[in-house]
Design a protein around this ligand. Structure first.
Ligand SMILES: C[S@@+](CC[C@H](N)C(=O)[O-])C[C@H]1O[C@@H](n2cnc3c(N)ncnc32)[C@H](O)[C@@H]1O
Length: 355
């Protein structure tokens, strides 16, 4: 039997387990969690899911332009640290480092932060030349972050944090829990989550509901505090708070390139995700001193910031197969209904403090 299912069965014998606890167990159990297992396959290699990075280098290339613009805005500092929490295989860092050149490339140091052991091994290979040239390094999640100027960016970090689904049943709140007989919705006091949800809508309808990530404020604080000045950028699955409530956001399981709501099955062998509440993420960042916060669909962000004319001209000189791959990468990130319309990009700015 799967060791996590075994563990879960003994927990269930004592009573219901909240969906967020099940998600935490499935993803982050120190030995058997999906993101803590010493060996893959997981993600794309495990045929569970793919991210924008599996489609090609265009996300990293566009990110490189945003970071260079941030470096300019900061007055071209000699050292620009780009921290990536949830960096996984390090592919976004690799694509970023491959895309930069000139004085910005000399200033840029990429920092990978993710304790996922299988992914870190892949990142060591992906980042090898940059690690050797001291242009990239690793920090453990437990290591305190030194103050730095530069940027924090992530791809699909926040949707991988354990979250609890809540539903309004017309009279009160219910939360999803797992019992020995399967998942059920139970009446419960949502506390702070209920206050937040109610503040994000003109009126709750039965079946409205959203997901609440308990760890979000702590992680936002942990990341934003050492950033002395610069850009915060997050690419993730999700919506604004009102839209999540109207859709009744839920947990999803990704397995073998399929997606379903069976978040309690195959624990440790399937990816679990929750939509990111971008309104809450922006509000928390504002509370940590960031400003100019906005979030847009990834497709719009690419269309706004990628040098499409330049790329078009450069790609004409590439071999046909390479040109096709780039074109497909661009279409996946920009066409309606494809990956670019399912993800959003949040940007915020931290100014040097006046004190
Ligand atoms: C969905 S994966 C995304 C990986 C990579 N960014 C990509 O796009 O392929 C989420 C990653 O976030 C990591 N993670 C979760 N919480 C974290 C935290 N507090 N700090 C750093 N990484 C974290 C997990 O270990 C996992 O590797």
């Amino acid at each position: 039997m799967n060791p996590l299912n075994e563990l879960l069965q003994s927990r269930l014998a004592r009573g219901p387990v909240s969906a967020s606890e099940v998600m935490a167990l499935g993803l982050y159990h120190p030995d058997h969690g999906y993101y803590r297992r010493a060996e893959g396959p997981w993600g794309f290699a495990g045929k569970d899911y793919y991210t924008a990075l599996d489609l090609g280098p265009l996300l990293g290339q566009t990110l490189a332009l945003r970071l260079e613009a941030a470096w300019e805005r900061l007055g071209r500092p000699a050292r620009f640290t780009a921290l990536e929490p949830g960096a996984g295989r390090g592919w976004l860092g690799r694509d970023l480092l491959n895309a930069v050149s000139g004085p910005f490339a000399e200033a840029l140091v990429y920092v990978h932060r993710d304790d996922n052991p299988a992914a870190k091994e892949a990142a060591e290979a992906a980042l090898m030349p940059f690690l050797a040239a001291n242009r990239a390094r690793f920090v453990a999640e437990t290591e305190p972050l030194e103050p730095f100027t530069g940027a924090i960016f992530s791809n699909e970090l926040f949707d991988a944090l354990p979250a609890q689904p809540w539903r309004w049943d017309g009279e009160g709140w219910t939360r999803e829990v797992l019992t020995a007989a399967g998942p059920v919705w139970q009446s419960a006091d949502p506390g702070e989550a209920g206050v937040w949800f109610a503040s994000q809508t003109d009126g709750l309808e039965p079946r409205d509901g959203s997901v609440w990530c308990e760890a979000l404020p702590g992680l936002v604080r942990e990341l934003a505090t050492p950033l002395e000045a610069g850009l915060f950028l997050a690419v993730d699955y999700g919506e604004s708070a009102d839209r999540l409530l109207a859709k009744g956001a839920d947990l999803r399981r990704f397995k073998a390139h399929g997606v379903d709501g069976k978040w309690h099955e195959d624990l440790g062998e399937a990816d679990l995700t929750a939509d990111v509440d971008f309104t809450r993420l922006a509000t928390l960042l504002e509370g940590e001193g960031l400003s100019d916060l906005s979030h847009v669909e990834l497709s719009k962000w690419i269309r706004t910031h990628a040098p499409l004319d330049q790329w078009g001209a450069q790609w004409m000189a590439l071999p046909a197969s390479e040109r096709m791959a780039r074109t497909e990468n661009l279409l996946q990130l920009t066409l309606p209904g494809m990956m670019g319309s399912r993800f959003r990009v949040l940007e915020g700015w931290k100014h040097f403090s006046q004190g």
